[in-house]
Write a protein that binds this ligand. Structure first.
Ligand SMILES: [Zn+2]
Ligand SMILES: [Zn+2]
Length: 201
């Protein structure tokens, strides 16, 4: 992963939360000593709790009934890109029923943005992420994941190669599996490999 403060490459560790089956991540940067504790995985729809860090895209949202007419119409939702400096916790919204304005308290809700190469528990950018073409990037969590991805794409270059449609493969986007883009994908994977520090993990 890339440290969100100094940009150095570091490793995320996964751990259980208080003996439950829920998993979260921690990150320590050996460059600037930033310590990060991620959100419990797959709780993207829940507001960010105190004591956890999130560096990816999020949503500032709030919802409640109108205090004047009782309609359940007071809602607010604004997408915040990664790295935003969000400070506002209250907004004024107008009731679509009675037109009165009321204060609405906002929560910050993390959004899973795996499509664009972010680690799922911290939202940090993956060090192994590289553009393939306009609007498309290839990414991997670590060296092992990248090796598996490279083997899959390279195998499909050989005519008649049979590749099992495992869970890993079925989750890959169609453009990445398309024959038309194989060479570009392999070139991007090679660029990642060349620039990774040898002590990554
Ligand atoms: Zn750092
Ligand atoms: Zn109202």
């Amino acid at each position: 992963m890339l440290c969100p403060r100094c940009g150095r490459v570091g490793k995320v560790r996964y751990l259980r939360i208080d003996d439950t089956s829920r998993i979260t991540a921690s990150f320590h940067c050996h460059g600037c000593h930033l310590d990060v504790r991620g959100v419990p995985l797959y709780r993207y729809a829940s507001p960010l709790q105190p004591g956890v860090d999130w560096f990816g895209a999020s949503c500032a949202q709030g919802q409640r009934s109108c205090g004047y007419c009782g309609a359940r119409g007071l809602t607010y939702c604004k997408r915040l890109d990664a790295g935003h400096g969000f400070v506002t916790r209250q907004v004024r919204v107008r009731c679509p029923g009675c037109r009165h304005e009321s204060e609405l308290t906002l929560s910050i809700v993390p959004m899973g943005d795996n499509e664009v190469g972010h680690e799922p528990a911290t939202g940090m950018r993956l060090a192994r992420s590289e553009p393939v073409m306009q609007g498309r990037s290839v990414w991997a969590y670590n060296a092992g994941h990248q090796a598996e991805l490279t083997r899959y794409v390279a195998a499909r270059l050989r005519e008649g190669a049979v590749v099992a449609n495992t869970g890993f493969v079925s989750r890959l986007p169609a453009w990445l599996k398309s024959a038309r883009h194989r060479n570009k994908v392999l070139a991007a994977l090679a660029r990642i490999e060349r620039r990774m520090p040898s002590n990554e993990e």
